[in-house]
Design a protein around this ligand. Structure first.
Ligand SMILES: [Zn+2]
Length: 199
């Protein structure tokens, strides 16, 4: 497996463009009260690949209703940030997926390069085994996979099902499938899934 894209700032730029695209759709929908949505980003400090990320990664795109008395938040789904985790979603997926698929030495090297501690790793494992399988996102998508994806082998088993388009594209695809988990509700469409050639 080739992980060169992890050191390629274009990869992260591409993910940001997807997030921007989703955010534009959310903003265009406006608030449920009819109000206009104004930008109200959340500051973020993603770890592991800081030197490759531009200022776009210092915040998560989010909006706030402009109407006094409403001020409702709308945070679009993200293919960059997996919930509140301080590492980017792509790293959370890749490192846990590689548990069985990479020689121990290379995996260890990757973990050290990305500066991930063992407690963080066990939290991610727990998230994949316990939190994610119980999510609405997974419940809604699991039926698409025949034969069923083995939950005990997430996320590697899921990534394996998307293979055939190169690892970086598989990861983009998977991040797109996972995006609903990063926001309460959104019914727009992810154009990125159909246009990964951009990378
Ligand atoms: Zn409103």
């Amino acid at each position: 497996m080739c992980h060169a894209f992890l050191n390629d700032s274009r990869f992260y730029r591409f993910l940001f463009e997807i997030d921007q695209d989703i955010a534009h759709q959310v903003q265009a929908e406006g608030c449920s009260c009819g109000g206009v949505l104004h930008s109200a980003r959340y500051p973020r400090k993603p770890r592991g690949v800081r030197s490759l990320l531009d200022e776009a990664y210092e915040s998560r795109l989010s909006f706030c209703c402009a109407v006094e008395g409403c001020r409702r938040r709308r945070t679009p789904p993200s293919v960059r940030f997996l919930g509140r985790k301080v590492y980017l979603g792509v790293i959370v997926i890749l490192i846990t997926a590689l548990e069985h698929g990479l020689p121990a030495k290379r995996r260890q090297h990757l973990i050290e390069t990305l500066d991930i501690c063992s407690q963080t790793l066990s939290r991610w494992r727990k998230w994949w085994r316990e939190v994610f399988p119980a999510s609405r996102c997974w419940q809604a998508m699991r039926g698409q996979f025949i034969p069923p994806v083995e939950v005990s082998r997430l996320p590697g088993a899921l990534l394996g099902r998307l293979s055939g388009e190169g690892l970086s594209r598989c990861l983009c695809h998977l991040l797109g499938l996972l995006a609903p988990i990063t926001a309460a509700s959104w019914s727009g469409n992810l154009r990125m899934v159909t246009s990964p050639q951009k990378m």
